[in-house]
Design a binder for this molecule. Structure first.
Ligand code: BES
Ligand code: MN
Ligand code: ZN
Length: 511
């Protein structure tokens, strides 16, 4: 995959170096001149060989760049990796340690084990480095057969070695207990991010609404209270907007509700709501064939909610949070919803369907209303791969943010800046709201060619009442985002680190 597994070994600053044979040793250094810490020890043991080699290699001083040396006198291993970690070269990246770890993950190569000498890193910074390694090393290879790679076909003994499934990372640090504590906290968030990625990457034949709800249910192991509503229960509640989307699919819809109560008794929860369209064909308003396979990622919002709930529970966050995800498949079929249909949402508002491909807002209309009336949350944030138009506006570097509350918008913007999962606020307003007025119903589900992301957000706003609310359109960021040191896969897990940061700074520090 490879999966990384970390263990921590006590290593005092001046202790003798272990002998590692062929296990690569990664040493983080803050300067080439003078060398300090483990690097100085290696240099001394090799009578200046490391300093000479570094000079000869003309290593780049840039943050996170690595250089390999082989069979270097004085080194604890035949393979020494020197990684530049000069605090002055951090630049303006909001998460330099995470990024350094991401870059380091490229050094893991085909090794089944590596040793990492953490140098002068604090426990918290080190935890971020290790999280970054874990994020950067992630690959989704569950469906690649082990023995059919083009290179080794028929080559018998010369077949290249299979990359290892797990890489054991042994971290040498002066304070094992502090490193372990800090890592456990950071790893909750990294693991939540990888869970979200797995869900987005999983093929749509494997992950339907029922299977997705099963993943939410598994959070019970972390003491999350999970309830799953089926089609009958949703029909009983009047969720006809959500159910209308699902009616063209053989696979029944689900609504999964995940509650984590780590905060004060009776404290109103923070609610996070996700669009979980396990596959979006467009329905009767069917999408063109090119690239349609990417629509397996149309549950990226819901995946983030599950990943976030995992993170909060795994690190025992001191907050009351509820995650609600609407899970449907949007298919064309004899029973499918038509353009022209009018459905009555749980809120009692009627919706004229103009385009069955504008299905996410229909799912969210009922999920948002249900969440608001059931939990009376102090804030409600939804995530949805809602519109292609958000990519036209913002590309893939920011998610679109829409909010009825300036304070919430500012807090989310700040969490985005500091986590690196950035959001950019977009406008709402009556002139846009007018565009979804319908001739026949209370509203229609599309607003024409202009301002597609904004009219989608206006639609959602009609279902949130006066609850402080923000909508994050993650169509450009949750899936198919450009590769980065922290993510090489289709699903990015976008939103888990952002909302973990938001909850941590806004809702936990006050408690
Ligand atoms: N799931 C799509 C939006 C999307 C597009 C997500 C590309 C990720 C990548 C959404 O359901 C959709 O189809 N939106 C339509 C809305 C239109 C019919 C008003 C769109 O963006 O074209
Ligand atoms: Mn659609
Ligand atoms: Zn969709």
């Amino acid at each position: 995959m490879p999966q990384l597994s970390f263990s921590f070994v006590e290593h005092a600053a001046d202790a003798a170096l272990p002998t590692l044979d062929d296990v690569p040793a990664i040493v983080l250094i803050d300067a080439v001149e003078p060398l300090s810490g483990v690097a100085a020890q290696i240099d001394e043991a090799g009578e200046g060989a490391l300093a000479t080699a570094l000079k000869a290699a003309a290593v780049k001083p840039s943050w996170g760049s690595s250089t390999s040396f082989f069979a270097l006198p004085g080194a604890p291993s035949g393979h020494l990796v020197v990684c530049m970690a000069d605090a002055e070269k951090k630049g303006d990246d909001p998460e330099p340690n995470l990024m350094l770890g991401g870059k380091l993950s490229a050094q893991l190569g085909k090794h089944g084990a590596v040793a990492l000498f953490a140098g002068a890193f604090s426990a918290d910074d080190l935890a971020q480095v290790l999280s970054g390694m874990k994020l950067g090393a992630y690959r989704f290879e569950r469906y690649k057969s082990k023995d059919t790679s083009a290179d080794d076909a028929g080559e018998g003994d010369d077949a290249p070695e299979q990359a290892p499934q797990t890489v054991e990372v042994t971290v040498y640090t002066a304070d094992v207990a502090a490193a372990e504590d800090a890592f456990a906290e950071a790893d909750a968030v990294a693991s939540g991010t990888l869970l979200a990625r797995d869900l987005v990457n999983e093929p749509p034949n494997v992950l339907g609404p029922v299977e997705f709800a099963g993943v939410a249910e598994a959070l019970g192991e972390l003491d999350v209270d999970v309830t799953v509503l089926d089609g009958d229960q949703m029909a009983e509640l009047g969720m006809n907007a959500l159910l209308g989307v699902a009616q063209g699919s053989e696979r029944p819809a689900r609504l999964a509700i995940m509650q984590w109560n780590g905060g004060a008794d009776g404290e109103k929860p923070v609610a996070i709501v996700g669009k979980g369209v396990v596959f979006d064909t467009g329905g009767i308003s069917i999408k063109p064939a090119g690239g349609m396979e990417d629509m397996k990622g149309d549950m990226g919002g819901a995946a983030c909610v599950v990943g976030l709930m995992h993170a909060l529970a795994a690190r025992k966050a001191k907050v009351n949070a509820v995650g609600v995800i609407g899970l449907v498949e949007n298919m064309p079929d004899g029973k499918a919803q038509r353009p022209g249909d009018i459905v009555t949402s749980m809120a009692g508002k009627t919706i004229e369907i103009i385009n069955t491909d504008a299905e996410g807002r229909l799912v969210l209309a009922d999920a948002l209303h249900y969440t608001r009336v059931t939990y009376e949350p102090k804030v409600m944030i939804d995530l949805a791969t809602l519109t292609g138009a958000i990519m036209v506006a913002l590309g893939q570097d920011h998610a679109g943010m829409f909010s009825n509350n300036d304070e919430l918008a500012a807090q989310l913007h700040e969490a985005g800046q500091s986590s690196g999962e950035k959001v950019w606020r977009m406008p709402l307003g009556p002139a846009y709201n007018k565009l979804i007025e319908s001739r026949f119903a209370d509203m229609k589900n599309t607003g024409g060619r202009f301002a597609g992301s904004i009219t989608a957000a206006e639609f959602l706003q009609r279902f949130v009442g006066d609850t402080p609310w923000a909508h994050l359109d993650v169509a450009g960021t949750a899936m198919s985002a450009p590769k980065s040191p922290l993510n090489a896969s289709f699903g990015s897990g976008f939103g888990v680190r952002l909302l973990d940061r938001y909850i941590r700074t806004v809702h936990e520090s006050a408690a």
